[in-house]
Design a protein around this ligand. Sequence first.
Ligand SMILES: NC(=O)c1ccc[n+]([C@@H]2O[C@H](COP(=O)([O-])OP(=O)(O)OC[C@H]3O[C@@H](n4cnc5c(N)ncnc54)[C@H](O)[C@@H]3O)[C@@H](O)[C@H]2O)c1
Length: 250
Amino acid sequence: MSEPPAVLVTGGSGGIGSAVMRRFHSAGWACCSVDITSSDVPASCHSVVADLRTAAACRDAVADAVQRLGRLDAVVNAAGVWHEGDTAATTETDFDRVIDVNLKGTYFVSAAAIPHLESTRGCIVNLSSDAGIQGNSGAAAYCASKGGVSVFTKALALELAPRGVRVNAVCPGDVDSPMLRGQARDYGGGEQQYYDRLLAGYPQGRHARFITPDEVAEFVWFLCQPEAAAITGANLSIDFGLSAGIFPRD
Ligand SMILES: NC(=O)c1ccc[n+]([C@@H]2O[C@H](COP(=O)([O-])OP(=O)(O)OC[C@H]3O[C@@H](n4cnc5c(N)ncnc54)[C@H](O)[C@@H]3O)[C@@H](O)[C@H]2O)c1
């Protein structure tokens, strides 16, 4: 029997990453998380523990994951951290953490995966954000990291198209995950108040709700299927229209 297709998911312990792992695993793919922790990695998935803030750690982690998986058909870069605060008050340490995890980690994991993906004509899906395509007031460092991810995605898609590898970014609005709950805890001033303020930014009005990790995972799954062969270099929103433009409010 031939070996199943395989996916490496960074941030596989997180809300979106673990949902992606479950989605691919349910379809018979071999899955490997690369995360700073191994908690919440779905059973029967592989796990490599690594801090993805250096190029060397990214290279080692990809090599380790490919060794466990035996092949590599898709990479989903879902490791990430949030930071908010006035630009003038953001420390170099905070800035470096956000850029190093969100942008540098995505860059060097992708770079290390290229030869493996070339041999399977595979694909990369990067978790950008609505904050990668529009400004979020009070989150300039995070926006800088996600803007980098969004345009990096386009450049890498052009570079790898002749070699048969597709690269796309998914840009979610607010997803009900540990990251969102951490934001509310660390910056919220009362969790419900924080959630209400975010939901007030959506055009659905009183019907607004957060996106689920499973909804994002389904979108990522589709982008890794043969039916998505024509999609590369795209930044695709899944945000209830959050980034679509201005809308009338009461
Ligand atoms: N939750 C949202 O509202 C939202 C919206 C848009 C985009 N995103 C992006 O989607 C991705 C997944 O977010 P999530 O909501 O699942 O967040 P999460 O906090 O649930 O998961 C993030 C994962 O990244 C891992 N991680 C953090 N630092 C790391 C490091 N140095 N090395 C390796 N792994 C590290 C964490 O351990 C965690 O498992 C992130 O890139 C995030 O920026 C999230």
